[in-house]
Design a binder for this molecule. Structure first.
Ligand code: UD1
Ligand code: PEP
Length: 519
């Protein structure tokens, strides 16, 4: 077995944390305490603790002694990147407390929005995930200075007067759908520009048409040619504008909000998404001096400024989808765990639905997130006898059951007594990935590309599964492996890091047995 790290991250503290996590994983895999490992390599337990946390520099010499003690090559130099896989010993109860981190979707929106500010933007506690790295790569290729703090927690962004649009990192741009959110900020600054076609999860066709419809009233017209969106911006846009979105989509709303923020005028946006990432974006824009009425509703009235030059600090709020993922880990392993910092406004329907399925849970009084606006609670789930809901489970734009939280109901329904119909009307191809649960013993039947029937309870059994090429289904399979007695292997798990920061390592702190290995 090989546990190795390759250093590709833009966050300077990331390699240390990555190495620390690999050491912790390999040590736990060999059932050694920190004190026992310290004794084997001739150092102190506290030094091993700091190394595992990624908060202490480590010499090549000590690294090599640790590698020998753990019979594991922790770091390889100069080799090609190898695919990562997970080996899970499932069927164990989890215990303890785990905190939700900030969201992928707000982080990427805020990074794009920072393009509008000529002053300094510091984003605190930003999610350290691959999706963030990709957007940062694109920003840097445009000449934007993006600097991580030494502890890797915060990024400071300075935008130059002129962006080098011609040198945009095409490859990074193509791998993230969020690059679409450059449209809104850029149309406030340039008459013509080009962006590479946007990527994202393999969820079936995801149209860009709603973005083009939303931005047309701002003067934007787009021609799609050979893998590029060629944008042209007309000059004479009326001061007072009303934009009606044809879809209540999250990133399309963010694009319209940014286009409205970066112009002198008043824009009313109807059928806006009031979802969590849109709210985070609006809170940041308010700090930039933009007036926004109706935050959290479907009608936004925005008074923008064509020149924005403010030094601001912002803390994106906690991720409701990560909250759902962590709660699901507790639910499907029949455990009592506490998930802290749950953004409750965006989890209420999920918890109500779970309550109807028999989940016993308790929640703390509310407290404020670091942004001072989002309401958080701690949720403790208790082992429960689950039953299928009477009605089908389906998502809706906020305030409905979150579209990205839906896949977690598949593995939960598989633990519940009875038949559950799950209807993912949103994505053309996501429900299909959930049929991989059958590999672990679940009874999941695909009615059509949008609907699955799940019959439980499941007698889970360990299996080897190739990771689905979609973020949430990938995590759903991993969580099912935690429930399945015996050994499972999840192959090619790199996609998980697109949206989760050190998920495997954090599940290990709850008592999960997960080992990372490479080809
Ligand atoms: C970076 C980011 O923030 N990504 C989120 C964002 O992606 P994003 O905003 O890119 O979502 P899409 O535009 O792909 O919309 C998702 C799907 O929902 C459909 N749709 C959406 C709204 C609506 O009123 N009617 C409708 O039919 C779209 O046609 C599409 O098939 O929103 C999605 C839906 O919440 C989430 O899964 C993504 O995690
Ligand atoms: C679909 C998702 O994200 P993206 O829009 O980044 O593909 C997701 O977060 O589940």
């Amino acid at each position: 077995m090989e546990d190795t790290a390759t250093f590709e991250r833009t966050d300077p503290a990331a390699p240390l944390r990555q190495v620390g996590a690999l050491i912790r994983g390999a040590r736990q895999g060999r059932k050694l305490t920190q004190a026992q490992l310290a004794e084997r390599v001739g150092t102190s337990q506290s030094a091993i603790n700091r190394i595992e946390q990624g908060s202490q520099n480590i010499s090549i010499d000590l690294l090599s002694r640790i590698s020998t003690a753990l019979e594991s090559e922790i770091v390889s130099f100069g080799e090609q990147k190898k695919n990562s896989h997970l080996r899970v010993q499932g069927g164990r109860q989890l215990h303890g407390t785990i905190a939700v981190r900030s969201s992928k979707n707000a982080s990427v929106a805020l990074l794009c929005a920072a393009l509008m500010n000529r002053g300094r933007t510091t984003l605190h506690g930003i999610a350290r995930i691959v999706e963030v790295d990709r957007i940062i790569d694109v920003l840097r290729s445009l000449g934007v200075s993006v600097v991580w703090s030494p502890d890797g927690q915060d990024v400071e962004i300075h935008v130059p007067d002129d962006l080098s649009l011609e040198s945009i990192d095409e490859d990074a741009g193509r791998r993230t759908r969020s690059v679409l959110m450059f449209l809104g900020p850029l149309l406030g600054r340039y008459d013509t520009f080009a962006l590479p076609y946007a990527g994202g999860c393999d969820l079936g066709t995801r149209t860009v048409e709603p973005h083009l419809i939303a931005l047309r009233p701002f003067g934007l017209s787009i021609e799609a040619t050979a893998g590029w969106y060629q944008a042209t911006v007309a000059p004479d846009v009326p001061e007072e504008l009303t934009v009606v979105l044809t879809e209540r989509g999250d990133t399309v709303t963010e694009n319209a909000v940014m286009a409205a923020a970066v112009r002198d005028g008043v824009t009313t946006i109807r059928n806006a998404s009031p979802n969590y990432m849109v709210q985070d974006l609006c809170f940041y824009l308010e700090l930039l001096g933009i007036t926004i009425e109706g935050i959290g509703s479907t009608t936004l009235r925005i008074t923008g400024r064509s020149v924005i030059n403010e030094d601001v600090d912002y803390w994106p709020s906690e991720d409701p989808v990560e909250a759902m993922s962590l709660l699901t880990a507790g639910i499907v392993t029949d455990s009592e765990i506490t998930v802290t910092r749950v953004p409750i406004e965006f989890m209420e329907i999920e918890l109500a639905t779970l309550g109807e399925m028999g989940l016993r849970y308790t929640r703390s009084p509310e407290y404020a997130a670091a942004n001072g606006r989002t309401r958080l609670v701690d949720v403790t789930v208790h082992p429960s006898k689950l039953h299928a809901p009477i009605d089908k489970i389906h998502p809706m734009p906020f305030p409905g059951l979150n579209i990205d939280n839906l896949p977690f109901f598949a593995v939960i329904a598989a633990c519940a007594d009875g038949d559950t119909l799950i209807h993912d009307w949103v994505y053309e191809g996501r429900a299909i990935h959930l049929t991989d649960l059958t590999r672990l013993g679940a009874n999941v039947r695909l009615r059509d590309p949008h609907r699955i029937d799940v019959s439980g309870p499941t007698h889970w059994s360990g299996a080897e599964v190739s990771c689905p090429p979609a973020l949430r289904p990938a995590v759903v399979i991993l969580l099912a492996m935690l429930a399945a007695k015996g050994t499972s292997v999840l192959r090619n798990v790199d996609i998980i890091a697109r949206g989760y920061e050190q998920l495997q390592e954090r599940l290990i702190t709850l008592g999960a047995s997960i080992e990372t290995f490479r080809d």
